[in-house]
Design a protein around this ligand. Structure first.
Ligand code: GLY
Ligand code: MN
Ligand code: MN
Length: 447
């Protein structure tokens, strides 16, 4: 499959030029100055093009001939003793199928033979590495990144299948967490259940630091401690996913820890769910992410008005950025080999300098074969609300006494993963999110 990715990339470069693409794969990394080795994860672009999941490799694409040169490290007996079997040249060749296989020490020789007029690199670090052998050739640091981003934004059917599989296993793991949730357990016990179900399916790399939050921790957007005991009456928010073949899954659910939503929890939850379901329904080619973001914010504001937590017309609440006090992050992002995947901002498109929407990670019209998350949320964050009570303009929209009672509420986020299709969309997430469904499952598991 990787040959299709290589062809897609190379088709974006002019083949009448004497130029080459140089890329360096990832190295091993260690904890500070120790021999504690972090799990190896190939750099996403290198992985996309080669399928090589081992450290210390390099590649060259000759843009005139379209030949692929793979450079691999020559391991010695000592490596075999400490790290594992040493592959022969034939094994590397058969596994990765480059047109030319070389030991890494041959990089300067191959560069000299191709003798390019231009070298395309991804970044300064890789350019500096190649400059050690090749000082005279101009290096371009823009075109390769732009081309790879284009390739990765529009997934092939094979890539979509990898994402469907990541999601399938995440659906199982999230649902098992829901079944095992109860007050008295610790947040990390939920993480243990979640990780177990991925590991059991052979998925060993989390896609990001999972969030297993209860009570007021649910309002910390990147909460990572995961060490509090879950209390009766808490909400529990899980935002977690693993990678399958490098492709990420990224789901969030929020549940009442004791199995029943309180009146306030139900009202806030329903506002988020209504927003999430409505914008997912709207997803089809040409729809813009920022329009979806604003629409979801309007629906959530209506929910907060109905719950008596904010007051005023939806137009005024939006114009005065009141939505950003409760929904301070973006509606979603592209998803792929990275959780916050490439391509959200095409060249020349800037972030919108406005509270709430400035953290939106994708600002472009949706097209078939893009994959994205939809993850609206409402949070009660004292650090945002307290100054807003003191500001005359914002205070007029806020029901201070009610909101102060919600300082320990935390928040609600609901996140699904969506493929944009010609007809509309395909939702990869299938974890209970209707209130009744959640309460029924939770009642069943404690019976
Ligand atoms: N947990 C990362 C995200 O949802 O964007
Ligand atoms: Mn997430
Ligand atoms: Mn996300």
């Amino acid at each position: 499959m990787r040959h299709l990715h290589r062809e897609k990339l190379l088709s974006l470069f002019d083949e009448s030029q004497d130029a080459l693409i140089y890329m360096k794969g990832a190295d091993l990394s260690y904890r500070y100055d120790t021999d504690y080795e972090f799990p190896f994860r190939q750099e996403s672009n290198f992985w996309y093009l080669t399928g090589v999941n081992e450290p210390d490799c390099h590649l060259i694409f000759d843009l005139r001939s379209h030949e692929y040169h793979l450079f691999v490290p020559r391991r010695d007996a000592n490596y075999a003793v400490w790290h594992g079997r040493v592959k022969t040249r034939e094994q590397y060749q058969n596994e990765y199928e480059p047109e030319h296989l070389h030991w890494d020490a041959e990089l300067p020789k191959v560069l000299k033979e191709i003798d390019p007029d231009r070298i395309y690199c991804l970044n300064e670090e890789q350019a500096e590495y190649i400059e050690e052998f090749e000082r005279k050739t101009p290096i371009d640091l823009d075109a390769l990144e732009e081309a790879l981003t284009h390739c990765r934004v529009f997934k092939t059917e094979w890539e979509l299948d990898q994402m469907r599989e990541a999601a399938r296993i995440n659906n199982i793991a999230h649902t098992e967490v829901l079944r095992s949730l109860e007050p008295g357990k610790y947040e990390y016990e939920m993480k243990a259940v979640f990780d177990y179900h991925h590991l059991q399916h052979g998925l060993m790399q989390d896609a990001y630091n999972g969030i297993f939050a209860s009570g007021s921790n649910c309002a910390i957007l990147h909460y990572v401690e995961n060490d509090k005991q879950i209390s009766d009456g808490d909400l529990f928010l899980i935002d977690a996913g693993f990678e399958y073949q490098g492709y990420a899954s990224d789901f969030t659910r929020t549940y009442p820890a004791n199995g029943s939503f309180t009146k306030d929890q139900a009202a806030v939850y329903q506002a988020v769910l209504d927003a999430q379901k409505q914008v997912i329904k709207d997803i089809k080619p040409e729809v813009s992410m920022e329009d979806l973001h604003i629409k979801s914010a309007e629906i959530m504001m209506q929910g907060l008005v109905d719950a008596g937590l904010v007051k005023g017309s939806i137009d005024d609440l939006m114009e005065n950025d009141i939505f950003a006090l409760f929904f301070p992050h973006g509606l979603g992002h592209f998803l792929g080999l990275d959780t916050h995947d490439v391509g959200g901002y095409p060249k020349g498109v800037e972030r919108i300098d406005r509270p709430g929407i400035k953290y939106l990670r994708a600002r472009r019209a949706l097209q078939p074969s893009m994959v994205l998350t939809i993850e609206p949320g409402i949070y009660f964050i004292p650090a945002l609300l307290k100054p807003a009570f003191e500001d005359e303009n914002t205070a007029q929209f806020l029901n201070k006494s009610k909101l102060e009672n919600l300082f320990d509420f935390g928040g609600v986020r609901i996140e699904d993963n969506i493929i944009v299709t010609e007809e509309g969309h395909e939702n990869l997430t299938n974890v209970p999110k209707e209130r009744e469904e959640i309460e029924t499952i939770m009642a069943g598991s404690s019976a």
